[in-house]
Design a protein around this ligand. Structure first.
Ligand SMILES: Cc1cc2nc3c(=O)[nH]c(=O)nc-3n(C[C@H](O)[C@H](O)[C@H](O)COP(=O)(O)O)c2cc1C
Ligand code: SF4
Length: 487
């Protein structure tokens, strides 16, 4: 059997949700764990759910079940409504409504100018990728634009796997034309003629909204041959994931699209040169792309005028159900964590704040003493935290640090792609050891240090490295509670 065929056959065992119906599934994500006291019975169901489901993107009313579809608060607290303008008006699932509110203007402006000018505007904006890594968007766009190849691809990362985040879900379900418009602009700028939205299976409502919007966009000449009478030929399709967090990592995602076992790829080559099917590929997150129409319409400089340091523009934050005002909020970079938690979130519904997990489990837990830190990539990095995907999970003091560590490593173990031994075997060992701690068994401190050092040093991707960063943040901010875990 050739290696490609072998990879295809072994990929079936990789996913958690192939041929699994999500009906009746209850979520085991970290926001649901943080809120388990609100519905202990449901949390027990989540624990018993086989396979484990992380996360349904309903963290605003956790613990959540698949069909809940609860109402969610949406608010703009930023200097400009770059992303949530349509959502606060009830969404725009009809192209006529999107147009009435000015939608489509940025695409026309972009198509009327040359690709280099579009990329220069993006560069002036300082927009960084919102999927987690914070890489400058214009650098990737320029790399794909300057590559010469018979075919180039655009891939929209709509896998939103970070437990605690539901921003992409709400953008997709309520403002699909903003994403389509951004894709057309990106295709014009880079030369991509085919786009694929990689959407997680856990978001079926987003799928039907997108399919409907794409049909309307084709009808209106926004997609297809000669977009809006221009020379651009560009169309979009959807690929549905089968339940795997690591498939959100862009090289794993490309392997998944190619039908291979979705392990993380070694780099170089960079995917801007050698991506999907070996062709230059632009992979961007939903929120990153959805920021583009505003930038093209209002100018990169106006966008760059918002923010702090190297973190420009606005950011979406998903606040979990422990807040008095859980929901999706748009804020300026530079806002303090305290303002997010106290002013926007309205503080906690019960107990005292133990810590806040920003940007998902692959980042640090921020203790109450550091809440005056500003929201920004570098600013959070200095305290061992990350902007990540903008999930904000508050933990109350009813949760012990050992429990949070056990949950994070349980998630890490379930989602490891298995390529690096410390991630593949170390994560389950840490999850088991911290679970045993809850029953009174302590672990040797040296074993913790060995495993975290190995994770940090040898992980090929941000999954293992992020788990190590989370562990370092616990060592740094909760040393006394951690010390109690060791024999
Ligand atoms: C384990 C892992 C999971 C990831 N999951 C996602 C995800 O669900 N959505 C996403 O947009 N990016 C995710 N990323 C980041 C992507 O690899 C990539 O950086 C991103 O899609 C690039 O788009 P951006 O530059 O617009 O952020 C993940 C990264 C890692 C290491
Ligand atoms: S760190 Fe973990 S998820 Fe990432 S490549 Fe290694 S084994 Fe796979």
């Amino acid at each position: 059997m050739n290696p490609l065929e072998l990879s295809r056959r072994s990929s079936a065992s990789f996913y958690h949700l192939t041929d699994v119906s999500l009906e009746g599934c209850v979520c085991q994500g970290l926001a649901c764990f943080a809120a388990r006291a609100d519905n202990p019975q449901r949390w027990q169901q989540a624990r018993a759910n086989a396979p484990a489901v992380y996360c349904l993107g309903q963290c605003h009313h956790a613990p959540a079940a698949f069909a809940d579809d609860a109402d969610v608060a949406i608010g703009v607290h930023s200097s400009a409504a770059v992303l949530l303008g349509n959502l606060v008006q009830g969404g725009a699932r009809d192209i006529a409504i999107y147009r009435e509110r000015g939608g489509g203007k940025a695409m026309r402006l972009a198509l009327a100018t040359y690709p280099g000018k579009v990329i220069a505007e993006l560069e002036a904006s300082g927009l960084r990728g919102r999927g987690g890594a914070g890489f400058p968007a214009s650098t990737k766009w320029r790399a794909v634009a300057s590559a010469t190849a018979p075919q180039k691809y655009l891939v929209v990362n709509a896998d939103e796997g970070d437990p605690g985040s539901f921003s992409d879900r709400l953008l997709l379900e309520n403002d699909p034309f903003r994403l389509i418009e951004a894709c057309v602009i990106a295709a014009h700028a880079t030369g991509a003629s085919h786009g694929i939205i990689y959407l997680r299976k856990e978001y079926p409502a987003a799928r039907s909204v997108l399919e409907n919007a794409m049909a309307q966009a084709r009808e209106a000449g926004w997609l297809g041959q000669g977009v809006l009478g221009s020379t651009l030929d560009f169309d979009l399709g959807i690929h549905i994931g089968q339940g795997s967090y690591v498939c959100g990592e862009e090289t794993s995602l490309l392997n998944s699209l190619e039908g291979r076992r979705p392990e993380v790829r070694l780099r170089p080559p960079q995917i801007t040169e050698h991506g999907l099917h070996g062709q230059p590929t632009l992979v961007n997150n939903v929120e990153t792309l959805c920021s583009v129409p505003w930038i093209i319409e209002n100018g990169g400089e106006r966008y760059a005028a918002i923010g702090i340091g190297k973190s420009r523009g606005t950011k979406l934050l998903s606040l979990n159900s422990l807040f008095n005002r859980p929901g999706l909020y748009e804020v300026d970079f530079g806002i303090s964590l305290r303002d997010i938690i106290e002013e926007i979130g309205g503080g906690l519904r019960w107990g005292q704040l133990k810590g806040v997990m920003i940007g998902g489990p692959l980042a640090g837990l921020v203790p109450p003493a550091l809440l005056d830190t500003a929201l920004g990539y570098e600013e959070l990095q200095t305290i061992g935290a990350a902007v990540g995907h903008g999930g904000v999970i508050a933990f109350a003091d009813d949760t012990a640090i050992a429990e949070i560590v056990a949950e994070v490593f349980r998630f890490g173990a379930q989602e490891s792609c298995g390529k690096c031994t410390p991630c593949h075997l170390g994560s389950p060992e840490l999850a088991t050891s911290f679970n045993a701690l809850l029953a009174g068994e302590k672990m040797p401190a040296s074993r913790w240090h060995d495993l975290i050092d190995a994770l940090e040093a040898t992980s090929l991707c941000g999954h293992g490295r992020g788990l190590a960063e989370f562990a370092r943040a616990i060592e740094r901010h909760y040393p006394e509670e951690l010390a109690q875990c060791f024999a």
